[in-house]
Design a protein around this ligand. Structure first.
Ligand code: FAD
Length: 366
């Protein structure tokens, strides 16, 4: 049986960032991942946007960790030669009702500490983005894009350099509590004894919490999977900013937006619908919804829009439910000391990976 001090479960963006952060200070850190490589799930199936923090309620973890996280990640990318671009974003509005939503977003963003937000008019929009249809736009200069694969590579290599062990093909199947620690079993028959566990299992993080005996229904920690698909278009070129509509009024997603990647290629999405199955298959069922949404801010015809990819969000917010914050907690109160849950790490999780890792470090009890 292996003895380890800190066991981190899940090598997505969050588990990798946590492994890097904890291995700066602690010696015996092991990260286990059920797949054969890092980032096979949500962390490689997202928009790769570095968010500014304008959307989330003041005082929420999402707001605090995003506003600080975006600055940290730009700095980290600069220091480590990770490709990124601080391209900025425009949230566009086409009537007075939408303008009032922009005004609310601007004030929310300012309350959260997002700098340099500005509402601009139609002619100012045209100067920035000739092809975009908008009467008004909220300009968010802090937003950007990053190469998320390179970011994960760097987090992995930093963690290993600090002395952390990362082991792939290791699926946790059960966790038992011991007098002073935990006994973790894996599908390949291996067994680890550990003092501390950090649960970064993304879409399965509620199941990991359940393994230890937390009643996830009772604690309101059941995850609801919400799929989002992307389309691409090679016909649209020369866009400099990310273009977003005003967000979905139910707060489920940010609206079908236009992103550019580091090569300047254009993608649209994601949409949002709840699913029960972890299935990355895609078809064109939602193409009409995409066409309608996109044509509100840029003209595109059906033939120029091609199905691209999809991701699945790990949401604590259920269908029709209220805003839910990230759940990042040390579970002594529930009887599980040094068991740290990271559950519901949906967007802006990528932007927050470094600040989530710092938050986790603060929760470790020595
Ligand atoms: C469509 C979409 C778009 C998004 N866009 C953005 C964006 O533009 N900007 C932004 O900031 N955020 C965005 N996000 C959010 C961001 O991608 C996530 O917050 C982040 O990737 C979550 O990382 P994670 O490490 O928690 O999860 P994951 O990447 O899913 O990693 C969890 C890991 O745990 C492993 N695991 C699970 N169970 C076990 C087990 N039993 N044993 C061992 N390993 C296990 C899994 O295999 C997986 O590798 C988006 C998300 C989606 C779905």
């Amino acid at each position: 049986m292996e003895q380890v001090d800190i066991l981190i479960i899940g090598a997505g963006m969050i588990g990798l960032a946590v492994a890097r952060e904890l291995s700066k200070e602690f010696e015996d850190v092991v990260l286990v991942e059920k797949e054969e490589i890092f980032g096979r799930h949500t962390s490689s199936r997202n928009s790769e946007v570095l968010h500014s923090g304008i959307y989330y309620p003041k005082g929420s973890l999402k707001a605090r960790l995003c506003v600080n996280g975006v600055k940290k990640i730009y700095q980290f990318a600069k220091e480590n030669n990770i490709p990124f671009r601080n391209c900025g974003k425009l949230i566009v509005a086409n009537d007075e009702d939408e303008l009032s939503i922009l005004e609310e977003l601007k004030s929310n963003g300012e309350n959260n500490g997002v700098p340099n937000l500005q509402i601009i008019n139609e002619s100012e929009c045209k100067i920035l983005e000739q092809q975009i249809i908008a009467k008004y736009a909220l300009k968010v200069p802090l937003t950007g894009i990053i190469d998320s694969h390179k970011l994960m590579q760097k987090l992995e290599s930093n963690a290993e350099k600090n002395g952390a062990f990362i082991v792939y093909d290791m699926e946790v199947i059960s966790i038992d509590t011991l007098a002073d620690g935990y006994l973790v079993k894996f599908s390949n028959g291996e067994v680890f004894e550990t003092n501390k566990i950090v649960n970064c299992a993304g879409l399965h993080s509620d199941k990991i919490a359940e393994m230890i005996g937390i009643n996830i229904k009772h604690e309101n920690l059941k995850l609801h999977w919400c799929k989002g698909e992307y389309y691409k278009s090679s016909k649209i070129k020369n866009i400099d900013h990310l273009i977003y509509p005003v967000p979905d009024p139910n707060g489920v997603f940010l609206g079908i937006h236009l992103t550019i990647n580091l090569q300047g290629e254009v993608r649209f999405g994601p949409n949002a619908y709840y699913v029960d199955e972890l299935n990355y298959k895609i078809d064109e069922l939602y193409k009409p919804e995409f066409l309608k949404a996109i044509n509100n801010y840029i003209k595109i015809d059906e033939d120029s829009l091609h199905l691209d990819d999809c991701g699945i969000r790990a949401k604590l917010q259920e269908e029709g439910g209220e805003f839910r914050d990230f759940y990042i907690k040390e579970e002594s109160e529930k009887g599980f000391p040094n068991f740290i849950n990271c559950i519901g790490i949906e967007s802006p999780g990528l932007t927050c990976c470094l600040t989530i890792a710092e938050e986790v470090k603060k929760l470790i009890k020595i």
